[in-house]
Ligand binder design. Structure first.
Ligand SMILES: *[C@@H]1O[C@H](CO)[C@@H](O)[C@H](O)[C@H]1NC(C)=O
Ligand SMILES: *[C@@H]1O[C@H](CO)[C@@H](O)[C@H](O)[C@H]1NC(C)=O
Ligand SMILES: *[C@@H]1O[C@H](CO)[C@@H](O)[C@H](O)[C@H]1NC(C)=O
Length: 373
């Protein structure tokens, strides 16, 4: 068992308008292409839900740069843990970038000016999380990689000055989506990890949030000011976790532990908002409403019984053809369809940063939609 992440709560609510939003969103995306992005840069931290290729060269089972992953992505399999775009890709498009944000593993030179994606499948807030799976870039190491980027950027834009470079970073959006593996590949895996005998769920949530909030303060020190922080997913509802617990419905024990984490994280972000000058942290909740034609929510598109023991698609396996109807792509990761919905919701929240006020975005008062003014 392996890679398990899901940022999205399975609240089966049929919301007629969601389908509308997706269609509108596609229109908006087209409108934004070829115009200036709404912010100069976007930096991405997280786990497999956000990874776009950072694990490809690592010695780990947590990599997916083979078909059928990427079957709906223009470049095919890239290391994204889904059939098409992930939520960070969707956010980047909605921000108006005409290219996806490059992975740290391959980003070169001026490519880094628009931001870098540091996310790594299997990564956690805690350093030891997922070590039984192999190499991964923990949150602390993603932050170190960001410092490497800052040094390089300082020669591109800051005339060698870190102070100048930090001024640039203040205009960038940062999203962080991490914590899923600290449950799936740590707390709920007593075979490999002893955290569940050391901490109660409350204590563990507290310890995780404390560590995460130190990490966010480190990013603040490096210049970041605009943060979108994803809640952890209710991974008890993933087909992989349900199978592991031998259940055919959501594993409440897992979800209630995750809930403790999310509520403490929300509180911690409020505290940081009050304490850190000029910073704004937006909590990106994982509750989700989705259209009722997404009607396969307990079986992965690639798999069911044929997913590998790791919960991944088997290389070259033929996935389901009606991917639009599926919530899960593999046993732990959502389909692109779900990522578009989640990314769109996150983007809408991010537009409350002051930076957006200065670039003439207007909200359509009929559709509620945001577009270039
Ligand atoms: C838990 O494991 C860590 C190493 O991962 C070890 O340092 C610690 O002593 C262990 N704690 C208990 C209570 O077993
Ligand atoms: C899901 O909905 C599609 C139509 O949108 C339908 O063709 C399909 O049979 C449905 N599947 C299930 C399992 O209900
Ligand atoms: C929407 O805004 C326009 C002005 O931009 C206004 O004329 C119109 O009445 C508004 N419609 C609604 C439904 O509020």
């Amino acid at each position: 068992m392996q890679l398990k992440y899901l940022p999205l709560q399975l609240t089966v609510k049929n919301m007629a308008t969601t389908q509308h939003l997706v269609i509108l969103m596609l229109t908006t995306t087209l409108l934004l292409v070829n115009s200036e992005p709404q912010v100069p840069c976007y930096f991405i931290f997280g786990d497999s839900l956000m990874d776009n290729g950072n694990n490809n060269r690592l010695h780990t089972q947590a990599k997916v740069n083979f078909p059928p992953y990427g079957i709906d992505f223009p470049d095919g399999p890239t290391g994204r843990f889904t059939n098409g775009r992930n939520a960070a890709d969707v956010i980047a498009q909605l921000l108006g970038f005409d290219k996806f944000i490059p992975p740290f593993a391959t980003a070169k030179g001026s490519e880094m000016l628009t931001g870098v994606n540091y996310a790594s499948g299997a990564a956690g807030i805690r350093a030891e999380t997922s070590e039984h799976i192999g190499a991964r870039i923990s949150m602390d190491n993603q932050i170190k990689n960001h410092w490497v980027t800052i040094l390089r950027l300082s020669y591109l834009i800051g005339k060698g000055s870190i102070v100048e470079t930090k001024k640039y970073l203040q205009k960038c959006i940062y999203t962080v989506g991490i914590g899923n593996n600290d449950y799936i590949n740590n707390y709920f895996l007593p075979k490999y990890y002893n955290t569940s005998s050391v901490y109660t769920p409350e204590q563990y949530a507290e310890a995780l949030v404390e560590q995460h909030s130190r990490q966010l303060q480190d990013l603040y020190k490096s210049g970041a000011r605009m943060f979108g922080i994803f809640a952890a997913g209710y991974s008890g509802c993933t087909p992989g976790m349900m199978a592991e617990f031998g259940m055919n419905s959501c594993v409440e024990e897992v979800n209630s532990a995750v809930k403790l984490f999310n509520s403490r994280l929300n509180t911690a972000l409020n505290y940081l908002n009050n304490r850190l000058v000029d910073a704004k942290f937006i909590f990106l909740e994982s509750s989700l409403e989705y259209p009722n034609d997404i009607n396969v929510t307990d079986t992965p598109c690639c798999g069911g019984s044929s997913t590998s023991s790791k919960g991944q698609c088997v290389p070259n396996q033929v996935p389901c053809s009606n991917r639009q109807n599926y919530y899960f792509w593999d046993a732990f990761h959502p389909t692109e369809r779900i990522n578009v919905i989640a990314g769109t919701k996150a983007y809408e929240k991010l537009t409350s940063f002051d930076a957006f006020a200065t670039i003439g975005l207007s909200k359509d008062n009929v559709t509620g939609y945001i577009s270039d003014a």
